[in-house]
Design a protein around this ligand. Sequence first.
Ligand code: ADP
Length: 360
Amino acid sequence: MTDIVLESIRAIVLLGVVIYLWNAGKNRFEQFRTGWNFIIFGFVLLLFATFLDISDNFESLNRFIVIGDTETEAFLEKFVGYLGGFLFLAVGLFKWVPGVQGLSDLVDARTRDIQQVNEKLVSEIAEREQAEKVKQEFLSTVSHELRTPLTSIKGSLGLIRSGVSGKLPDELQSMLDIAYNNSDRLVALINDILDIEKMRANKMDFRMEPVEVVSLVEEALEANKGYGDEYGITFVKAVMEKEAWVDGDRDRLMQVLSNLMSNAAKFSSTGGRVELSVTCQDKDIRIAVQDNGPGIPEGFRDAVFEKFTQADSSDSRQKGGTGLGLNITRAIVEYHGGSIGFDTEMGVGSTFFFTLPILK
Ligand code: ADP
């Protein structure tokens, strides 16, 4: 009786092992799958031998399980069941253990590869960052060094061409005008590059204070009148709120207006009108600059606010400009918590507008 209890326990344990190995085997890697299957089969044979053992001790069960005579049964139990079972277990382990070793070697090798690639990447990134830093520093130093002398050249040319030192011969006057316009373009380019650099380094300083937008727009109309005259454009007021307050940097907001107004003037045809409006919308103030220029081509609309982009690459020579203005403008507006956009229709004109949160 003790035998049958012990053998039953053995059978249950073996059955448990087989079921466990079978389930666990589903997630194993192919490499040691074969070894795993051998081990399972070994345990199945041991289980089989155990059942034959049990049937020996249990008369009534013997009737169902007995296969042939007792010698055949003994042969099946000892040779097929136990011997076969242990053999399969042994072969399974032989296959499985090197499989595990191979796998761990493979994992080691891959880890080393990844570490090497990682180290290479880190050093390449550091090199690039260093190169980028040197480039930015160079650009910034050159721009700073150029700005001061260029501003003074522009100032002097401006004074001479305005006639402070007496009337100039026509030919000299037109040459001075060209020199002045070019120095003006260079100063604008350098200022834009310095602004872009400041934005990149997060060093653009803003002096925030309550600003009244309607009077700011009126100031911008006055300040840019000369620019409009150059292009034969009149800046006019359209719909205007009585007053509208925002929290902002006066100079930077003036820069935004000047950029939108100068673009509108540059791209309008002579005799055109550019209308400025200030309207309140819910929690925002909307400032718009509307022109009757050529409109913005469909293929270029997505790139309007990107750096160094111009719809027509000949613009920088014919009309001046660098393709940086709107990029800087957008950054300034977004710093103020606003947004910028435009409506445009080819042959009809464009309206650039930006919103700023109303100061409570
Ligand atoms: P730029 O210094 O060349 O004016 P911007 O960033 O201010 O640079 O403008 C980028 C480009 O967007 C311009 O070169 C022009 O092609 C287009 N653009 C901007 N404003 C207008 C406008 N009012 N009408 C037509 N095209 C415009």
